[in-house]
Design a protein around this ligand. Structure first.
Ligand SMILES: C[S@@+](CC[C@H](N)C(=O)[O-])C[C@H]1O[C@@H](n2cnc3c(N)ncnc32)[C@H](O)[C@@H]1O
Length: 288
């Protein structure tokens, strides 16, 4: 077996992403931001507008999207909301639809899912000349997957109505991921087009484009202790997600596997507490 990108296998991707969410505070730290900070940010996106148009780029399975929608709804009671989702992975869309069906309090909110990449959406919109105007757009943990990050931000920024906001959540420059991908990216043949894009890179892009923004720190960690037990299923899923490789444990050259396993235990990557290893998964929320 040779090393293969995790993105080439939708089912495995979904399985590893669930393991990542289960073992990390990724969604908890986002939820705290959505509940405590977002209400202030969206306080002027909808003045006098109806419906409110929201766009989720790379919405995944929708957990965070639904919490964002609840905050918008609470801020603008009685106003209709239309939520569009761009998501290329059909399995993620199915899970998203299940979440919507199971979640109460979404009355007055309509949904449209586009099974396509952000670039396909952009091309389709430009070809149809039907440039919709939006009140809130978010790109949460997805910019690693696009080829041209400045152009993508520029395009979605151009869809904002006056007073609207664009939220980007992305790994911070101090996260363990930043170190892991910088050191091992070339050996892993990471197929993420922009895997080394981190919060400081986004801030530089925004500065160059003259866009005003505010950046918030979201501390987060992932318990990777199981990665150090040979044959542990949870550990194998987490290693796949960390390296963006399908079945990393079984397909990586032994030296590479050994080096990564040893590095992941180091304090630059993980903090050890109570006999467990917590990988630094800190994020930034950047609001434009
Ligand atoms: C790490 S997940 C984040 C999902 C969700 N935003 C969250 O935070 O829970 C990244 C998502 O981006 C999607 N994705 C991958 N390539 C994409 C692209 N080119 N355009 C839009 N979404 C993409 C993936 O299928 C996946 O659902």
């Amino acid at each position: 077996m040779t090393m293969r990108s995790l993105l080439s296998d939708n089912s495995r991707y979904t399985e590893t992403f669930h393991a990542f969410l289960k073992n990390s505070t990724e969604h908890q730290c986002m939820l705290e931001f959505v509940q405590k900070t977002l209400p202030g940010i969206i306080s002027s996106i909808g003045d006098g507008k109806s419906p409110l148009n929201v766009l989720s780029v790379g919405g995944g399975t929708g957990e965070i999207d639904l919490q964002i929608l609840k905050q918008i709804r609470a801020k603008y009671p009685g106003v209709a909301i239309h939520n569009e989702v761009i998501e290329p992975n059909g399995e993620q869309i199915s899970c998203y639809k299940e979440h919507v069906a199971k979640t109460s309090g979404l009355e007055n909110i309509t949904f449209t899912w586009h099974k396509e990449t952000s670039f396909e959406y952009e091309s389709r919109m430009k070809a149809s000349k039907e440039m919709r105007k939006l009140n809130f757009i978010h790109m949460i943990q997805m910019l690693y997957y696009v080829k041209d990050v400045p152009a993508t931000i520029g395009f979605f920024h151009s869809l904002l109505e006056p007073g609207a906001k664009l939220l980007i959540i992305i790994l911070s420059g101090t996260s363990g991921w930043a170190r892991l991908w910088k050191k091992y990216g070339p050996h892993l043949h990471l197929s993420l087009p922009s895997s080394l894009i981190l919060a400081p890179d986004i801030e530089e892009i925004l500065n160059e484009a003259g866009m005003q923004y505010q950046s918030y720190e979201l501390p987060s960690h992932m318990d990777i202790t199981d990665c150090f037990t040979e044959g542990n299923k949870n550990g194998e899923l987490l290693l796949d997600f960390l390296t963006e490789t399908c079945n990393f444990s079984k397909t990586a050259p032994p030296d590479l596997k050994c080096d990564i396993i040893e590095d992941l235990k180091k304090p630059e990557y993980s903090e050890m507490r109570g006999g467990r290893y917590f990988f630094n998964n800190s994020l930034n929320a950047i609001v434009i």
